[in-house]
Design a protein around this ligand. Structure first.
Ligand SMILES: [Cu+2]
Length: 123
């Protein structure tokens, strides 16, 4: 009887301990190319975003919006450095651009954010 009770107590303590474990931290951006706030003198042909953990590439996205909205990010992949990378196709006229990212972390949770930069060929 005593053994049974202590086993139950041990199991209870284990389960309680598991419940108290903090959820794994949400994925966070740690850098990008172009950098947030960058003032570029021409269009970009590749983009890259780094995170503090490896994103699930197949479920993550990178998108561009800006003048004309014809630039697209294609071929999203990782270079194996907790990053997402893609190539930019289509015209990127001068102006203010936003790269929006959606990253699914190892914990399965989706985080979103954006990076802003400007293009001006007359710089
Ligand atoms: Cu690459």
């Amino acid at each position: 009887m005593l053994v049974r009770l202590s086993r139950v107590a041990l199991l209870g303590a284990l389960l309680f301990g598991l419940a108290l474990q903090p959820a794994s931290a949400q994925i966070k951006i740690s850098g990008s190319t172009p950098e947030d706030g960058a003032e570029l003198d021409g269009p970009v042909r590749t983009v890259r975003v780094w995170f503090d953990q490896a994103p699930v590439v197949a479920e993550s996205t990178l998108e561009l919006s800006g003048p004309g909205n014809r630039a697209r990010i294609e071929g999203i992949h990782t270079m194996g450095e907790n990053d997402l990378m893609g190539r930019v196709t289509g015209p990127m006229p001068n102006g203010e651009w936003t790269m929006s990212w959606t990253a699914v972390g190892p914990d399965g949770e989706t985080q979103t954010g954006s990076v802003s930069f400007s293009v001006d060929r007359n710089r």
